[in-house]
Design a protein around this ligand. Structure first.
Ligand code: HGY
Ligand code: MN
Ligand code: MN
Length: 401
């Protein structure tokens, strides 16, 4: 297929899903796992697979798999990504990998390729952790990286558990499904500017920074905003404000990344000193050591400030992902095949979880601004078409050689 045809096919499929879950006010996406918009995308995925004669299975954890090739043949090459988004996230983070995988199958079929090993296109559930709080929940369940009991009991802001949203208790680890796979290759929009700076439409990932999420519960004394003297207050918001400043400083000192993007305040009234503040720290670093130091430094600063403010702080680790080194041989082979640059990322992905279970690689597609987890996230159709063709070549290489 010419790149123009691939770009047209991409635009055609992309326009089918673009309106789903898009917020008219911000232009961002509200595609939380197993909510109505994401369910519509799952149905779209099933319809696309049916149109291609690709039977779809569910692994009992909410992950969908569409298969091209002999159902009993071993060594399937797994590809795909996720549909769910962060609140008001961009269009490409996740869906680009699923749409590109379907189009890569089309491209191979149009070229008359009959793979010796099956291709399986996956749509993983709850990659962002935006609804149930643990990122890569679907791929962690599939690989046994999270206890079923814990996953089943995770609750969203309305108190709905993952098991209730799934409609059943998650199946948990499916080693037999993974045993039938020889590799996993996830295509994803780059969430940075490395490919822009190298003037390349496609790149190959080398590693994912270790990273995690920690919940800080700060309790104090709720009181009247007007009649409570400043000296008499035990204000958790004050403790939290200092903690946020400390996180920023401690991260800069270590070349690490610390983000506080989510907070809950009780009672959350303009004229009341809060009784409780819950804040989440997202911390990441190129190496495990600085990451651990960063988290401990922030924990220490929060505890120290709480003593001064007469408040209490508890810190709970909600999820962590170790340093992921993708399969070096596979990465070298793909970078040579595609004549593409290699690059690490500080963004987490299902590929970071699958890397613990089978040889795994990631392809990145150029993002002109590098902005992600924002309505401003973008990627050009020509680069997306280049990503489809690159993925088709990779799938042919891994299923036919
Ligand atoms: O948070 C991340 O890095 C990913 O987008 N879930
Ligand atoms: Mn994301
Ligand atoms: Mn993603």
């Amino acid at each position: 297929m010419s790149s123009a045809v691939v770009a047209d096919r991409f635009r055609e499929l992309w326009d089918e899903i673009a309106p789903i879950g898009r917020d008219a006010r911000t232009g961002g996406y509200l595609r939380y796992a197993l909510t109505e918009p994401e369910r519509r995308l799952r149905e779209w995925f099933r319809a696309q697979a049916d149109r291609r004669g690709m039977p779809v299975t569910d692994d009992g954890n909410g992950n969908l798999f569409a298969r091209w090739g002999d159902p009993d043949a071993p060594g399937a090459v797994l590809t795909g990504s996720h549909f769910d988004s962060v609140p008001h996230g961009g269009a490409y983070d996740g869906p680009l990998g699923v749409v590109s995988a379907l189009l890569a199958v089309d491209e191979l079929r149009a070229a008359g390729v009959t793979p010796a090993r099956p291709v399986v296109v996956a749509a993983f559930v709850e990659e962002e952790g935006a609804r149930f709080g643990v990122p890569c929940l679907g791929s962690r369940l599939l690989t046994g990286a999270i206890p079923v009991q814990r996953a089943a009991g995770l609750r969203d802001a309305d108190g709905v558990s993952f098991a209730e949203a799934l409609g059943d208790r998650p199946a948990g680890a499916r080693p037999e499904l993974l045993a039938g796979c020889s590799a996993f290759v996830e295509l994803h929009v780059e969430q940075g500017r490395a490919l822009v700076d190298r003037d390349a439409p496609v790149g190959v990932a080398t590693a994912i920074w270790p990273h995690g999420r920690w919940r800080f519960n700060v309790t104090g004394e709720g009181n009247h905003a007007g009649t409570t003297r400043m000296a008499d207050r035990r204000d958790p918001m004050l403790t939290w404000a200092f903690t946020v400043l400390a996180a920023n400083k401690e991260a800069r000192l270590r070349g690490a990344h610390a983000t506080v993007g989510r907070i809950l305040v009780e009672p959350n009234a303009t004229n009341a000193v809060p009784s409780r503040v819950t804040g989440w720290l997202d911390a990441r670093a190129a190496e495990p050591g600085p990451l651990a130091e960063l988290v401990e430094a922030v924990r220490g600063k929060a505890t120290e400030r709480a003593r001064r403010d007469g408040t209490e702080v508890t810190v709970t680790e909600e999820s962590t992902t170790p340093l992921v080194g993708f399969d070096a041989e596979l990465g070298r082979r793909l970078a040579a095949l595609l004549d593409a640059p290699t690059l690490p990322t500080a963004a987490g992905h299902d590929a970071g979880v699958l890397a613990g279970a089978l040889p795994t690689a990631m392809l990145f597609v150029r993002n002109p601004t590098g902005v992600s987890h924002s309505p401003a996230e973008s990627a050009g159709d020509d680069d997306c078409a280049a990503g489809v063709t690159a993925l088709a070549r990779v799938l042919e290489e891994l299923t036919c050689r």
